[in-house]
Design a protein around this ligand. Structure first.
Ligand SMILES: *[C@@H]1O[C@H](CO)[C@@H](O)[C@H](O)[C@H]1NC(C)=O
Ligand SMILES: *[C@@H]1O[C@H](CO)[C@@H](O)[C@H](O)[C@H]1NC(C)=O
Ligand SMILES: *[C@@H]1O[C@H](CO)[C@@H](O)[C@H](O)[C@H]1NC(C)=O
Ligand SMILES: *[C@@H]1O[C@H](CO)[C@@H](O)[C@H](O)[C@H]1NC(C)=O
Length: 264
């Protein structure tokens, strides 16, 4: 997202002239969504917040979106970006290149995801480190191989409060231990491939890696530890650290989200 374009849209809609072709594209195709955005406090705040971010500061961009995003913002972004390409999503610079691990738990099947999991460790600060991240998988009535995913998480907003957020995704098994997640987030279609890298003793926790994309040149990656309980036991932590060693991964890079006193 180019903050200059968004600022321009706002100036334009407030009748200041702006000749950017992308603005004309928005006016032509998304006039209704733009007007609704300006009339909506959350959408307007998100846009104003984004215009204050330096180019390429993804932390700032995501902080703004998570703090203010609502249905009106998502509808505007879907129209302007996904449906009409008036706004391009600038990929992170330098671009993210995914490094999927070789290891996969190839006997792991989708039904073993069923139910709720806490995210007790996370790698990507933009996506994996929120407090009270609880992911619930439930089988679809019409399909044994596709599950609905409901992800709850708490966001610390730019103004200092906490916002409860959720995202719906669907997950399909590609092969043992490998899954496709798809969703519409922030008005963008996202696809991610997840792999279960380690199944903890008693299937009480999972180490999972993912590589996702929102366009042909925009990738993101991360990894999480899903746990059935809000925290890992000492024995589980020892097992996890050993697993990281075997994989050659740096355990110290992982955040430990707060998972206590969360409503499930
Ligand atoms: C990016 O934005 C965040 C949050 O607004 C800020 O704390 C950080 O200093 C910015 N980073 C750079 C490199 O400008
Ligand atoms: C999935 O888990 C729910 C509880 O979260 C349970 O009621 C249901 O029977 C489970 N379904 C399968 C297919 O394991
Ligand atoms: C998201 O999932 C929840 C829980 O399964 C459901 O109640 C809600 O209607 C879903 N929302 C959308 C937009 O599909
Ligand atoms: C998983 O995603 C890939 C890439 O988008 C696609 O080619 C493949 O058909 C998908 N597989 C399933 C089972 O959904």
């Amino acid at each position: 997202m180019k903050s200059t374009i968004i600022l321009c849209v706002f100036l334009f809609l407030e009748y200041v002239q702006c000749s950017n072709p992308n603005v004309l594209c928005i006016i032509k195709n998304c006039a209704k969504q733009s007007a609704e955005c300006i009339a909506d406090e959350g959408c307007r705040s998100a846009m104003m917040c984004i215009t204050g971010c330096a180019t390429n500061n993804q932390t700032c961009l995501f902080d703004c979106i998570y703090s203010y995003e609502d249905d009106v913002f998502d509808a505007f972004m879907k129209c302007a970006s996904t449906d009409h390409q008036c706004i391009t999503n600038d990929p992170p610079n330098p671009p993210v290149v995914c490094h999927p691990p070789q290891k996969v738990e190839s006997s792991f099947t989708i039904d073993q995801l069923n139910g709720s999991w806490y995210i007790v460790k996370g790698l990507n600060p933009l996506y994996d480190c929120f407090d009270c991240q609880i992911t619930t998988f439930s089988p679809r009535l019409d399909s044994k191989t596709v599950f609905d995913v409901f992800e709850k998480f708490d966001v610390k907003t730019v103004k200092g409060g906490v916002r409860h957020r959720s995202v719906n995704e669907t997950v399909a098994q590609v092969s043992g231990g490998i899954f496709n997640y798809t969703s519409m987030m922030m008005g963008q279609n996202t696809h991610a491939q997840w792999r279960i890298v380690h199944v903890g003793t008693g299937k009480a926790f999972l180490l999972a890696y993912y590589c996702g994309s929102i366009s042909a040149n925009y990738f993101y990656e991360g990894a999480v530890v899903y746990s059935r309980a809000p925290t890992l036991t000492t024995n589980q932590l020892v097992e996890l650290v050993d697993t990281f060693k075997d994989l050659g991964w740096d355990y110290s890079k992982y955040c430990t989200p707060n998972t206590l006193k969360c409503s499930i």
